[in-house]
Structure formats: structure tokens, C-alpha cells
Ligand binder design. Structure first.
Ligand code: 13P
Ligand code: SF4
Length: 301
């Protein structure tokens, strides 16, 4: 039996739902029940009635699924699937930052540990960050963490004075304005779409046509008639963009933009995860209870 067939059979035997992020390997995306961005997958984890959730993504996504579904089993096929952005702030660092700004509202990007979420008032993703920030009364001071590029983009979009944590994603931070310039010169007239975590969304914003979450990019791919589109994000997204729309050329601004954490999981890991019920992700119930209220605001926004 092929690995794909084994995964499909085991999913039924174990009554599992398989969720895959847009940056996962193509072979993993192809056997998943749902493929999408962080917000979409968090919602799908809540909607599914299956007792087991296998998360082909990174650890903070599996932790989020567990916090939102405390009675269900959540599996991450490889414990090495971390996130450099989530690692850029700890709960102790956040507590110290909050102490410097008493009364400030804390908005955390979903790419954070469960402990950091538990110290936060709101959680957002790249698809609803602007909505979440706009929903906070204008007179409130806001601490935004941990991504400084997304934070800077939000400052420009909303005009709000956000205090920013100086964290970044090592994959997106390398997508600097200079790199975008080289790609634009090689592909004159191409449309540019960029993820808000990119290093180019601040200074090079005038040259970016659309700033989008990974699902936003896929919706754009579905509807565009442009001849060429430059894509500034992790290259795993290209698998579906090209499949959805074969008549547009989707060109990465940097084909070295590969997230090693997102690529640790392969089809064999997914098969093993389903077969051997591993690796179980648990979140301390007290931490989960504190994080859940902030996550509920995210899912609703
Ligand atoms: P999305 O929510 O846009 O999929 O982004 C998640 C992520 O980790 C981007 O690096
Ligand atoms: Fe984290 Fe960056 Fe990888 Fe996204 S691309 S999971 S932010 S390291």
C-alpha cells in the first residue's frame, strides 16, 4: 500500500482530522482534510467533531488547537517543528514589558507559545490583525508582539501608536526591500504580493500591491488574471497558487525562503503520527484557561 493510501486509511481508523498549513510540503498538503492559514486551521480544528486532530504545521499551531479543544487529542507529527518567531519572546519577558506599561492592552500574534498567549489580552493572525487592533478603543496603549514587521505595517495601516517587540521570523526577515528590488527589475510590470511578516513590507510598502495572509494570497491567486505575480513569503505557498491558477506565473522573490520548521514533517511522519498516536501536545490546563479568552477573540474577529 502506498504511503498516501496508508495515511488516508489510518485517518479513518483513528477518526482523525488532518490539518496542514499552506507552507507544508506538497505531499502533506495533498492528503490533508483542510489546508490553510493559521486562522482558518484554528477554526477548522474547532468545527471538526473528530476526537483526534493531527496538525501538520508548527508547535504553536498545535498548542492553539489543544487550547481550543481541551478534551481532544492533538498530535504534532514532529516535535522539531518549532518557530523562530514564537521563540523570540518568553512569558517572563512579556511580564517585564507589561510592568513597564501598566494598563496597556497586549496584542499577541498567534506565533507565540501558550505561556505568552496566557499573558495576552488579544491574539491575532495575519488575516485579522488589522481588525483586532482597530477594535481596541483609540485611547488605549497597545503592546504588540512579537513580530516587528507586522507591527510596523499595522502602525502604518491604523495610525495607532503601537509599542513593538523587536522580534522577527528568520525566513521573512531576509525578504528585504533590496531583494524585492532585484526581483522587480528582473520581472518588470509584475504584481507584488507580500506577507506582512516580510522585511520588505515596511520600507518597500509603496512597491507592494497587496499585503496578504497566506490564505489571502491563495484567494488572490484564484481571481487574478495578471501575467506575472512576485510572491514574497515562504515558498510552500506556491504549490497551491500554481495549481489553482496555471495561467499566471507565480515567482518567488527569493526561492531560498524556506521555513525549516514547516518542512520537518513529511508523509512518513504523518503516517507514523496517526499509526502510533504521536506526539501528543498538552498544554497546562491553568495556562490554557488563561489563553482561551484571548484566542476566542481571535477566532471571532
Ligand atoms: P499565516 O497565518 O498567514 O498562514 O502565517 C503563519 C506563519 O507562520 C507565517 O510565517
Ligand atoms: Fe515561524 Fe517563520 Fe516558519 Fe512561519 S515561516 S512558522 S513565522 S519560522
Amino acid at each position: 500500500m502506498s504511503l498516501e493510501a496508508e495515511v488516508l486509511r489510518l485517518k479513518e481508523d483513528r477518526r482523525a482530522v488532518l490539518l496542514a498549513h499552506n507552507y507544508q510540503r506538497g505531499e502533506v498538503q495533498d492528503v490533508a482534510d483542510y489546508v490553510g492559514d493559521s486562522l482558518y486551521l484554528a477554526r477548522k480544528a474547532m468545527e471538526s467533531d473528530r476526537p483526534v486532530i493531527v496538525f501538520a504545521g508548527v508547535r504553536f499551531m498545535a498548542e492553539t488547537a489543544k487550547i481550543l479543544n481541551p478534551t481532544r487529542t492533538v498530535l504534532l507529527p514532529d516535535l522539531g517543528a518549532g518557530c523562530s518567531l514564537a521563540d523570540s519572546i518568553t512569558a517572563d519577558q512579556l511580564r517585564a514589558w507589561k510592568a513597564e506599561h501598566p494598563g496597556a492592552v497586549v496584542v499577541a500574534y498567534i506565533n507565540t507559545s501558550a505561556d505568552v498567549k496566557a499573558e495576552s489580552d488579544y491574539i491575532c493572525t495575519s488575516s485579522n490583525a488589522e481588525r483586532v487592533v482597530r477594535s481596541i478603543p483609540a485611547d488605549r496603549e497597545i503592546l504588540f508582539l512579537p513580530d516587528m514587521f507586522l507591527g510596523d505595517y499595522l502602525r502604518r495601516r491604523t495610525g495607532r501608536r503601537l509599542h513593538l517587540w523587536a522580534g522577527d521570523c528568520h525566513v521573512h526577515a531576509r525578504l528585504r526591500p533590496e531583494r524585492l528590488e532585484v526581483a522587480r527589475a528582473a520581472h518588470p510590470g509584475a504584481t507584488v504580493v507580500a506577507h506582512p511578516e516580510c522585511g520588505c513590507t515596511s520600507e518597500a510598502l509603496p512597491h507592494v500591491d497587496r499585503v496578504l495572509s497566506t490564505d489571502g494570497m491563495l484567494r488572490f491567486a484564484e481571481s487574478t488574471h495578471d501575467r506575472e505575480v512576485l510572491v514574497a513569503t515562504e515558498i510552500g505557498i506556491l504549490h497551491r497558487m500554481r495549481r489553482i491558477n496555471p495561467s499566471t506565473a507565480f515567482v518567488p522573490i527569493d526561492d531560498g525562503a524556506v521555513c525549516p520548521f514547516m518542512k520537518t514533517i513529511d508523509l512518513e511522519d504523518v503516517r507514523n503520527s496517526l499509526r502510533d498516536q504521536r506526539y501528543v501536545i498538552d498544554v497546562d490546563p491553568a495556562v490554557a484557561d488563561r489563553a482561551r479568552a484571548a484566542l476566542a477573540r481571535m477566532v471571532a474577529a
